[in-house]
Design a protein around this ligand. Structure first.
Ligand SMILES: [Zn+2]
Ligand SMILES: [Zn+2]
Length: 252
């Protein structure tokens, strides 16, 4: 006969596969909100972003980042906002965790191994944040057809679905060439990355929340936001699981 905990919960951590028996509690077992598929060791490796952040990109100002800020904005966002082509496109990004080595490994696992259980484990954090943000339209950043074929699923879409929300597909990628082969400057200067898919919903005067796994330079999300604003959206924000910590300082 199955032990009770096995009926309710996978007793192994989905990231490191360690046995989680020792830290199970009745509370965790029965509360969907607190239930997690990650062990304590892995949870402790996650650095949640809290406290003061850049008011546009959500970067933490907690670790001496004041060197790279002017009032409520970080240097990267100041540069984006000074550029007429890019100012006022992305209203506000919220990222849940700092992109550290642990998260890098986790994201690589769900991108390249197509491990859906890991996406499921992390969707719990997305769900909590979505409850605060209360978006009405959630748009996943699309993958190219080629990448989708390699991975089997779009991790941004999976994060939305696993959090219990419905994604609205309003964007498609214009080119399939791998972004990672390009330099940062090339990625930022490509004229258009996405195209708007018409006739799905009327986006005019709507607020839209983009979802992606990581905010790195902010270029992808700004390209997406721009396309949606051109289609009439009133406001475009974004939510990502991770926020890369490096300053770009070189792209405009
Ligand atoms: Zn673990
Ligand atoms: Zn910023």
């Amino acid at each position: 006969m199955l032990e009770l905990k096995e009926m309710f919960h996978n007793p192994r951590c989905v990231v490191c596969h360690e046995d989680m028996d020792y830290q199970m509690s009745w509370g965790q077992l029965f509360s969907k909100e607190t239930a997690t598929l990650l062990c304590k060791t892995c949870l402790n490796k996650l650095i949640e972003i809290h406290g003061e952040t850049c008011s546009i990109c959500g970067r933490s100002f907690e670790n001496g980042e004041y060197l790279f800020r002017r009032e409520e904005l970080c240097f990267d966002c100041i540069r984006w906002e000074e550029n007429l082509e890019w100012s006022n496109q992305l209203a506000c990004n919220t990222s849940i965790f700092t992109y550290n080595d642990f998260l890098k490994q986790v994201l690589a696992t769900f991108k390249f191994r197509g491990d859906y259980m890991i996406v499921h484990a992390f969707s719990i954090f997305i769900k909590r944040k979505l409850k605060e943000l209360m978006p009405n339209i959630l748009v996943p950043i699309p993958l190219s057809t080629e990448r989708l074929y390699e991975r089997g699923f779009n991790q941004a879409e999976a994060l939305i679905r696993e959090a219990g929300y419905n994604p609205t597909h309003l964007l498609s990628r214009l080119h399939t060439e791998k972004q990672s082969k390009k330099s940062r400057a090339e990625r930022i200067h490509v004229p258009q990355v996405f195209t708007f898919i018409p006739d799905v919903i009327d986006v005019r005067n709507q607020s839209i929340l983009l979802v992606d796994d990581i905010y790195t330079t902010g270029s992808t999300l700004r390209h997406a936001a721009k396309v949606l604003k051109q289609a009439g959206a009133a406001n475009v924000s974004s939510l990502t699981l991770a926020r890369g910590g490096q300053y770009c300082l070189c792209y405009l």
